[in-house]
Design a protein around this ligand. Structure first.
Ligand code: HEM
Length: 567
């Protein structure tokens, strides 16, 4: 077994991931002159905690791990040993490789250039984080280049910049299929989740598609979800008031609350699948996305869903009128889903949970830290919630979806937290090309996998002055915000055919939670930075315990005299 000490070394593992990607590259037989063995799996994991996932995702052999562990415990400078070994090995690989024929008929010289593996390796070895590695590649190769992602995708075309956002979200939207299921589906069940195209062309796909569309467009379901959100936000705050000790970090409790609430909303009555999803997310944080624990949680969920499906058949009266995604699916499948369809359901539900919860957890953690870390923003949010409650003459539990959406500063804070910190779309938007296309003078063959890195725009000072700072006021002028959306500068919930169907759920849940907290509590933000500054976010995607150095502690009733008064 590899030593956990080694796994925690931030600078070794990303490098090892790149190396093992190179080994995969050898197996795949890439063209050596243009070879890049960097992989999304390794690039994604350049951040310290994510590196664990990367090593596993890249399938690093036990023998190499043990060797590294022993080197580390013997006190050798591991980075040096690994680096030297890897460079020698890589050189040998490059020499050994022979150009292979492309099967898609594309000409190498017409395609975007390969990223420079040696430079990537250097960047990774020197401990540069995920975002810097990608932006350095952009500086070297421009807005389109290729990388190699072992086992999951093979060759991937990386796109960056505003034109790339417009290309993916607008111009070619209808010719690009969603490809994220390739990552998440494979992790949870060893099988890719259906893309948008497959969902539209197979019988079971059509049922998932319709169940999802009906659920997310169903106003009654959305109203029910909003009631769950406001009630559970207040219940959660009651609980925090009772159980949280002053030195305890609110986030430690908050994340399971979010996951459980989403499970109630999607899975409906019956045995709560939320605890399984919590286990999945916890396993991703501890063991990595491609760990056996994540697969086990996928299997557990399948069993629960099968039992609940049967229970819905045996006792339909128990579920009458339930507006959950599960019930939508049950009704559409007329209670006759076969094993294959049920497997698809399990995969679809877990993928949805990860898509929803991953972004929610990341956004909420950063959002609350930014709000509590900035007295002016906190006062602004409190004032608008207070005004709304006074206007309506009601409490938080009585707020409806439209009320929550009318909180303009709160919603601007959500957009800003998503811009700065979201997994999807900011750090990872994946597509598969359904027809041949061209971008920036380069050909993109049919079947190519595209990785749009939206953070290249989201974190660019040209579009977002002082881009690294949290500034919700960028969006409070509706006209300017509209234009930024139209120009695809801000792509917070995606755009076009594959835009987030859960945006209203997300905004409703987060607004309810923030409203409850700010009206009831003061808390202190603690960070690891000098003067308690907010750190910048350099994590790659699928790091759900993002910013785990951020803590909200010393939860206490709001001091009298602050803007607003109680619930
Ligand atoms: C802050 C929270 C969230 C953010 C930033 C977010 C963002 C996104 C983005 C950018 C996409 C499009 C992905 C692409 O273009 O490839 C997406 C898709 C999706 N999201 Fe969200 N999301 C959030 C929360 C949620 C929640 C809470 C739900 C459900 C309750 C949800 C359900 C979905 C679904 C079903 C899709 C797939 C749409 C489709 O292809 O049919 N999302 N999300």
């Amino acid at each position: 077994m590899v030593s956990s000490r080694l796994l925690r070394r931030p600078r070794v593992l990303p490098y090892v991931c790149a190396l093992s990607a190179a080994l995969y590259g050898l197996v795949q037989g890439l063209n050596c002159t243009n070879f890049v063995a960097s992989s999304v799996a390794s690039l994604l994991q350049v951040s310290q905690r994510g590196a664990r996932t990367g090593a596993r995702a890249a399938g690093l052999g036990d023998g190499v791990q043990v060797l590294l562990a022993e080197t580390a415990s013997a006190g050798f400078p591991v980075e040096l040993a690994v680096g030297a070994g890897a460079i020698v090995l890589l050189g040998a690989l490059l020499l050994a490789l022979k150009p292979s024929e492309r099967t898609d008929g594309a000409k190498e010289e017409e395609l975007p250039p390969w990223g420079d593996m040696v430079q990537v390796t250097k960047d990774v070895i020197s401990g540069q984080p995920f975002d810097s590695v990608l932006l350095n590649m952009r500086a070297r190769h421009g807005d389109a280049f290729r990388i190699y992602v072992p086992s999951l995708f093979g060759e991937v075309i990386v796109l960056m910049g505003r034109e790339a956002n417009q290309f993916v979200f607008t111009e070619q939207d209808k010719n690009l299929d969603q490809a994220l299921g390739g990552v998440v589906g494979t992790a949870v069940s060893g099988k890719k989740t259906m893309g948008t195209k497959e969902r539209k062309s197979t019988e079971s796909g059509k049922i998932f598609d319709k169940a999802s569309a009906d659920f997310f467009a169903n106003k009654k379901a959305l109203a029910r979800a909003t009631q769950i959100f406001v009630d559970s936000a207040e219940d959660f705050c009651d609980q925090m008031e009772r159980v949280l000790k002053p030195d305890e970090n609110v986030f430690e409790k908050l994340w399971t609350y979010v996951v459980q609430t989403n499970a109630d909303m999607l899975y409906g009555n019956g045995e709560n699948a939320g605890s399984i999803v919590c286990k999945t997310i916890s396993s991703i944080n501890k063991e990595g996305l491609f760990s056996s624990q994540v697969r086990q949680a996928g299997d557990d969920l399948r069993q629960v869903l099968n039992e609940r499906y049967q229970d819905r058949k045996d006792h339909p009266e128990k579920y009458l009128g339930e507006d959950s995604l599960f019930e939508e699916f049950f009704l559409l499948s007329k209670g006759e889903a076969d094993e294959e369809m049920l497997t698809g359901l399990q995969q679809f539900m877990l993928t949805l949970q990860l898509a929803a919860n991953g972004n929610q957890l990341v956004t909420i953690r950063w959002l609350m830290s930014h709000v509590y870390g900035d007295p002016a923003i906190l006062a602004g949010v409190r004032a608008e919630v207070q005004q709304l409650l006074l206007k309506k003459g009601c409490g938080i539990r009585d707020l409806k979806l439209d009320d929550l959406l009318s909180l303009s500063l709160t919603n601007a804070c959500i957009t800003e937290a998503v811009r700065l910190h979201s997994d999807i779309p900011s750090k990872l938007t994946l597509r598969s090309a359904e027809i041949p296309m061209e971008f920036g003078g380069f050909k993109i063959p049919k079947g190519a996998t595209l990785f749009l890195y939206a953070d290249a725009v989201h974190k660019d000072d040209k579009y977002f002055p002082d881009a690294a700072s949290f500034c919700p006021h960028r969006y409070t002028d509706p006209e300017a915000f509209n234009q930024m959306n139209k120009d695809r500068e801000i792509v917070a919930f995606g755009h076009g055919r594959k835009r987030c169907t859960g945006e209203l759920h997300a905004r409703s849940q987060i607004s309810a939670l923030l409203a409850s907290f700010v009206m009831r509590f003061d808390m202190d933000l603690v960070t690891n930075e000098k003067d308690n500054q907010m750190p910048e976010d350099h994590d790659g995607p699928f790091v759900f315990d993002t910013a785990n150095t951020l803590k909200l502690v010393n939860l206490r009733p709001r001091a009298p005299g602050c803007t607003g008064a109680g619930r």
